[in-house]
Design a protein around this ligand. Sequence first.
Ligand SMILES: Nc1ncnc2c1ncn2[C@@H]1O[C@H](COP(=O)(O)OP(=O)(O)OP(=O)(O)O)[C@@H](O)[C@H]1O
Ligand SMILES: [Mg+2]
Length: 450
Amino acid sequence: MLDTMALELARFRGAAIERGPVPSGRVVACDGGLIEVSGLSVPIGSLGAIESDSGDEPLAEVIGFRRGHSLMMLLGDAQLLQPRASVRAIGSPGSVRVGDALLGRAVDGLGQPIDGGPAIHASETWPLLGKRESALARSGVSESFDCGVRAVNALATMGVGQRMGIIAGSGVGKSVLIDTVAANAKADLAVIALIGERAREVSDFVTRHMSGAERGRMVVVAVPADHAPNLRLRAAQYASAIAEHFRAKGRKVLLVLDSLTRVAHAARELALVLGEPGAARGYPPSALSTITRLVERAGNCATSGGAVTGIYSVLADGDDTSDPVVDTARAILDGHLVLSRELAQRGHYPAIDIPASLSRVMHDIASAEQLEAARRLRALIAAREHNRDLVMMGAYRAGSDPDLDCALAHSNAIDAFLQQPRNACVNMTQSRAQLMDMLAKIDAPLVANA
Ligand SMILES: Nc1ncnc2c1ncn2[C@@H]1O[C@H](COP(=O)(O)OP(=O)(O)OP(=O)(O)O)[C@@H](O)[C@H]1O
Ligand SMILES: [Mg+2]
């Protein structure tokens, strides 16, 4: 008798304290990762604990319903589930716990610590999918955002509340660039979501960033590639919810998501499991709209004065920049930095392809002088890259194109300006001053000749 009571007590461990009975149901089918549960009437997005023989209760999430049955998906590894196992609803559907207790911590998609630290008692709640605001509650981008990378600060200046994409094939340097920005950007705090990345990269990131003085201003939400798709998607939404919570308190937050493509992969897996037909490259429409909704959550808040500046890495599969995720991201983001494999192969880091990259808010935040200087330098870089093969073959005759002559004469200075060692920081003031110095040097002989 006592044993039975102890078991019942253990079952209620972690359950939300609510009036009325805890909703529960029974597993009636399990098929290709989809678990059908009868009798559990809870909304989509709710969590349930499934009874298992081993004693621990694997968690599953309600991802839909059909013919009176709830469709659930495990959040952890596939367990030895049994027919008619009981499922008990836990937590409060659709909301997550957020708060200052998360600062300096690394958590998974369910908010459980992964840094070996004590349990986190976050005091407040926030809707996992965010609070929908009217378009007018979003103020425009009017202040520049110092990301600590010279080429970006000077030539594709970001703004506070902007959503910027980093688009590149695999192994071209997205994660290293994001790492540099996370460490050097000027923001009140940073929320870093590492979704679908390698577990080794997650542990490297946490060890490097969660030990120094910056620790107290960072939250890491990480779900490596081998975890369930719904947990990966949930982690991206959870990181956005944490950033929104701090924005509502008037803080300027940097939200970094590496990578948006892997979130799209997770959304694709979920939609396919639910039977939605794949459209563009196998991506069902709902997978692409998940990306749009996620990106739209960043921005400035007119009422609190807070901001979420979003940086999203996008993997261009096989260096194909017309991939549906790349297209969707490019359409919804306020700018993109394209990384080039050719530059990376030459050892030019960060491998930002300047002519192909742009910040759509730069015109609103940079001075006329900087805009003109950036336009001029971009033109020189484009001329040099465009004619690179011609010059290498010796087929170019000096004097045919003044821009190219100028770019070739200052080629080393331009490269030195664009490159930056990893983890080095060049702030906004230095970046602008160095851009002006550089242009003064480039134009000096022309002025002397005139
Ligand atoms: N700024 C840099 N300085 C020196 N080396 C770099 C730099 N950026 C990238 N690299 C080199 O490129 C490699 C791959 O970089 P990174 O892991 O950032 O690529 P990625 O685009 O995130 O790849 P994936 O899509 O596979 O995640 C690094 O291991 C490093 O050797
Ligand atoms: Mg990476």
